[in-house]
Design a binder for this molecule. Structure first.
Ligand code: DAH
Length: 336
């Protein structure tokens, strides 16, 4: 009988080890250790044995077999639970290295870069920086710059007007059309000598195209001191050109007209290949402008210049269309 018991236990353990799910283990447990199971059968069979010794050793064998099978079931249950947990973990695994791909690193806009480099160059030449305001009065934007109403030069400045409340006289407030009004504000507040550049945003009410924007940026320069001459202006433009573009670049002044300077000039830069590029306007500050700034033209003289920052960025990077710079297309902007 003992052999039968041990054989039944071995067979039972083989089946238990083969159980593939927790449900199968539960079913086997009921079948093997239940009231109708083989070991229950052996137990009731003990009564039919002849001797007490036989009963005792067979009884021991049944107990051992039952315990071994119970242990086997328990072991298999734990194995299956562990495997199930491993599968679940694998399924629910989140690859953080995948989610956290390198975040895109931003950088200054191509026009901001030009603006900051220009400031650096002028600071290097001994200039200070001032900024004015976007909304200006007609007086600062035009009148004080020797452009009274009806002055023909005004027609070149297609102007956005700002209406502010009832009392504001129509046409008296504008979005500044250039950075030149900051010259006046600086003269009124900073005692000379003045060596100042004034970068900022300006506005023109005109249709945009590849070389024109309605909102763009200029850099204004103003020097006021005693005995300043046109030679100082030419020398400053030349130093700036070499510092900003490179030692192999040159500059020239061409006679021109601006209401706020006399004489006036346009300044061009020459590329190493010999090509001339028109860059901006300049001249000796007109006595009327000095007076508007509260300075005595007998005592002080100076020069001013102004050019477009966006234009500089465009030329520097050979950008075909200025509008591209403001399309906010990262594929475009990331190039700079
Ligand atoms: N304000 C002029 C413009 O927007 C540029 C300019 C020309 C500025 C000559 C100046 C200057 O300071 O002297 O077209």
């Amino acid at each position: 009988m003992i052999e039968h018991i041990e054989g039944a236990a071995d067979a039972a353990l083989v089946r238990v080890a083969a159980a593939a799910t927790a449900d199968e283990v539960r079913a086997l447990e009921a079948e093997l250790l239940g009231k109708r199971g083989p070991f229950a059968g052996f137990k009731s069979g003990l009564a039919g044995l002849a001797t007490v010794d036989e009963k005792r050793s067979a009884g021991q064998a049944v107990n051992d077999a039952t315990a071994a099978v119970a242990e086997g079931l328990d072991l298999r249950r734990r194995e299956l639970a562990k495997a199930e947990r491993a599968t679940q973990l694998a399924a629910e695994r989140i690859d953080l290295t995948e989610v956290m791909t390198r975040p895109r690193r931003g950088h200054a806009h191509v026009v901001t870069q030009a603006w900051e480099r220009l400031e650096d160059v002028f600071i290097g030449l001994g200039f200070q920086i001032a900024e004015g305001q976007h909304v200006e009065t007609d007086w600062y934007n035009f009148e004080a710059l020797n452009m009274p109403r009806d002055h023909p030069a005004r027609s070149m400045h297609d102007t956005f007007y700002v209406q502010h409340g009832e009392e504001g006289e129509p046409g008296s407030t504008v979005l500044r059309t250039h950075t030149s009004p900051v010259q006046i504000r600086v003269m009124q507040t900073v005692p000379p000598p003045i060596y100042m550049v004034m970068p900022g945003r300006v506005f023109r009410n005109e249709t945009t195209d590849a070389t024109h924007l309605a909102v763009f940026h200029q850099l204004e320069g103003l020097v006021i001191d005693r005995g300043i001459t046109l030679a100082d202006l030419a020398g400053t433009i030349e130093s700036f050109t070499k510092a900003f573009f490179g030692a192999d670049f040159g500059s020239r002044l061409r006679p021109s007209y601006f209401p706020f300077t006399e004489p006036s000039a346009e300044f061009d830069i020459q590329t190493p290949s010999g090509q001339w590029l028109e860059l901006g306007g300049c001249g000796m500050v007109h006595p009327n402008v000095l007076r508007a700034g509260g300075l005595d033209p007998e005592e002080w003289s100076g020069f001013a210049f102004g050019f477009g920052i966006d234009r500089m960025a465009k030329e520097r990077h050979a950008i075909a269309d200025v509008r591209e710079m403001y399309s906010n297309d990262l594929r475009f902007l990331e190039q700079f």
